[in-house]
Ligand binder design. Structure first.
Ligand code: NAD
Length: 305
């Protein structure tokens, strides 16, 4: 059985180019009605144009699909969701994808470079998702994608502002996934690497050729399907490959003998190899699991007295 999206309405932000365009085209080809949102700015967020969104809407219609353009900035996300409701009366899927860059080495980042990046990536995803979330909850179905980056996960020279916003989106997704779970509203994160105008001067030309956005789109669109039960995960994808990230922690070390002991600097030094030994590292599923492990530790320290 092929996966279809008939009767579903999807909003894709920044869908006038690159990855967002590939998501919009795939969703429409599988029966979704698509809001193609794009402000039509350059890679630094300058200039505004309706042509980027219009072009993709035209492509979708020419292929027999259904799409409407939306030219709002994601910082006014509620207007984008209104476009979906006004045109199609519902919304089921939201892919937060719009993005810009203001790359500079850390000491040279101005307040404006910081704010533009945080506004588009983090606040834009917050505003757009917050407008859709109550509708998703009420109808008992919704799929949300946040777009992070390897620059956030690993850091990247010249991208401190972007790295901070991109990892902020992981935190936002983690909590939305918890708050939506009971109502079948799932939120996952994509970490893409694709050829686009954002990466054309970063990636070597032969690699650039191979990293087609169309190779990532099926992964993102699968996460949006009703049958996909994944929630709260980070998926990296590129070049026809996909894998899941886990944040893990080491087994660590107890830095004192019993509950009455203080922890000295030397205790830390003497246990540092154990603190940082990742051999038996584990992934904790929730904040409750993290708290439970602390309570167990305190119980053990008490019994040592
Ligand atoms: P792209 O520049 O090709 O597309 C981004 C689109 O977003 C543009 O059409 C732009 O006009 C639009 N946009 C920018 N600001 C907007 C706003 N305020 N409101 C609405 N639309 C706006 O870039 P891309 O490479 O396809 O990137 C898509 C997303 O993936 C971005 O969030 C980017 O940070 C992320 N990402 C991309 C890569 C990659 O390798 N291409 C890697 C990691 C993360």
């Amino acid at each position: 059985m092929s996966l279809r999206f008939d009767g579903k309405v999807a909003v894709v932000t920044g869908a006038g180019a690159g990855l967002g365009r590939a998501y919009a085209l795939l969703l429409a080809s599988r029966g979704a009605k698509v809001i193609v949102n794009d402000l039509g700015v350059d890679r630094h967020g300058k200039g505004v144009s309706s042509s980027a969104a219009d072009k993709v809407v035209q492509e979708i219609r020419q292929a027999g699909g259904t799409a409407v353009a939306d030219y709002n900035s994601v910082v006014e996300g509620e207007k984008i969701i209104k476009t979906a409701l006004d045109n199609f009366g519902r919304i089921d899927i939201l892919i937060n994808n719009a993005g810009v860059l203001r790359d500079k080495s850390f000491p040279r980042i101005s307040d404006q470079d910081w704010d533009v990046i945080h506004n588009v990536h983090l606040k834009g995803s917050f505003k757009t998702t917050q407008a859709a979330f109550p509708i998703f909850k009420k109808q008992g179905y919704g799929r949300i994608i946040m777009t992070s980056s390897n620059s956030g996960v690993y850091g990247n020279f010249g991208q401190a502002n972007y790295s901070a916003a991109k990892l902020g989106l992981v935190g936002l997704a983690n909590t939305i996934a918890i708050e939506g779970n009971r109502n079948n509203v799932y939120c996952n994160v994509i970490v893409p690497t694709a050829a686009s105008r954002l990466t054309q001067d970063i990636l070597p030309p032969d690699l650039f050729e191979e990293l087609k956005p169309e190779l990532i789109a099926p992964v993102v669109v699968y996460l949006c399907h009703e049958s996909c039960q994944e929630n709260g995960v980070i998926i990296e994808s590129a070049a026809g490959w996909a894998g899941k990230y886990h944040i893990v922690r080491s087994n660590g070390a107890v830095l004192r003998k019993n509950i009455k002991d203080p922890v000295s600097l030397e205790d830390v030094r003497d246990n540092w190899n154990k603190v940082t030994d990742m051999k038996n590292s584990q992934h904790l599923e929730s904040i409750q699991e993290a708290s439970a492990s602390l309570i167990t530790l305190l119980d053990e320290l008490r019994t040592e007295t």
